[in-house]
Design a protein around this ligand. Structure first.
Ligand code: SF4
Length: 324
């Protein structure tokens, strides 16, 4: 990333949930990556791969089982109360479900203004009203919508309200947790385009979690692929989509439908065999080995480590052990 500065450094992050006396769900199992100021990092993977838990642990919603998360060089679990308050202002979350993440008893104005009040960002009611109206305009809503309740809005409009709420405290970093997956396909692109526009205008850094690879490509500078609690590949968006290396990434990309029916018929789709194993009992070695058509003997006993096989292109797979 050239001379870009790291904003979030995630080092050997683990988040385990005890299920009962004998079982532990290893939702995030030794994940490391860095997000640089001003970029959007997409994290993709199937349901249950740990991407949402990873995102939430990265911003302190969940306490890490082990590992470190540094925000601008500071360990988020060792912040003072003052640093923590600033962190909760600078790092905002956009939720998956705009239906349940907004309080139906509150007017839109109060939903958006709440953060401003908590962090004392406005000094008068008139200033607050002006700020809320400006935010509504920035997210493509009408300032008059401030006096309405959320049930009066469509899913896409509710997500815009959620984005306005996040922006109200002038954040630096947005954690977008599947922000479009609950929306109709027709409005998904509109919300993604809005996020791209706001990110550029405000110089925001974003982590964008999704299972839809085509949308992630559109919004992300770099993309990381998760499988069963592990990050298995990370590269610049174009590189990952044009030259995927990990067999799982190749399979995910080959499953994206192509709009041209002739190309769609001819192309070589890689079908994933078998089910995703339980994160309570993942296979030994490479977690993908029971579904991988390239699996070798060592794959079922040695866990592959992330290697930078080309500048900025990281992959965790024994096929690339010799490439350093
Ligand atoms: Fe397949 Fe082995 Fe690579 Fe895992 S390490 S993805 S099983 S080739």
């Amino acid at each position: 990333m050239g001379d870009k500065k790291p904003i979030l450094e995630v080092k050997h992050l683990k988040k385990y949930f005890p299920v009962d006396a004998k079982h532990t769900l290893k939702a995030v199992d030794d994940v490391s990556f860095t997000i640089y100021e001003g970029e959007t990092l997409g994290i993709v993977g199937e349901s249950g791969c740990g991407k949402t838990t990873c995102g939430r642990t990265c911003i302190g919603v969940y306490e890490a089982t082990s590992g470190e998360v540094l925000y601008k060089g500071k360990d988020i679990n060792k912040m003072t109360a003052v640093e923590r308050k600033e962190f909760t202002k600078k790092v905002q979350m956009i939720f998956q479900d705009p239906y349940s993440s907004l309080d139906p008893r509150m007017k839109v104005h109060d939903i958006i203004a709440e953060g401003m009040q908590i962090h004392k960002l406005v000094s008068s009611k008139a200033e607050e009203i002006k700020a809320v109206q400006s935010l509504l305009e920035q997210v493509g809503l009408n300032p008059e919508h401030a006096s309405r309740y959320v049930h009066e809005f469509s899913g896409g409009q509710r997500q815009r309200i959620g984005i306005a709420r996040a922006l109200a405290v002038n954040p630096e970093f947005l954690m977008c947790d599947e922000p479009i997956s609950a929306l109709d396909v027709s409005v998904q692109a509109q919300v993604v385009n809005l996020l791209v526009k706001l990110q550029k205008e405000r110089g925001l850094t974003c982590m964008f979690i999704a299972h839809d690879l085509s949308m992630v490509k559109h919004i992300s500078d770099r993309v990381g692929v998760m499988y069963l609690g592990n990050l298995v590949e990370l590269a610049d968006s174009d590189v990952l989509y044009q030259h995927p290396l990990h067999p799982y990434t190749k399979a995910l990309l080959s499953a994206i439908p192509v709009p041209d029916p002739d190309i769609e018929r001819q192309r070589n789709q890689i079908r994933l065999e078998g089910e995703v194993p339980s994160p309570m009992n993942p296979p030994a070695g490479c977690h993908f080995c029971n579904r991988c058509s390239y699996a070798m003997e060592e794959c079922s006993c040695q866990t592959p480590v992330m290697r930078e096989v080309e500048p900025g292109h990281f992959v965790a797979c024994h096929l690339y052990d010799e490439m350093k």
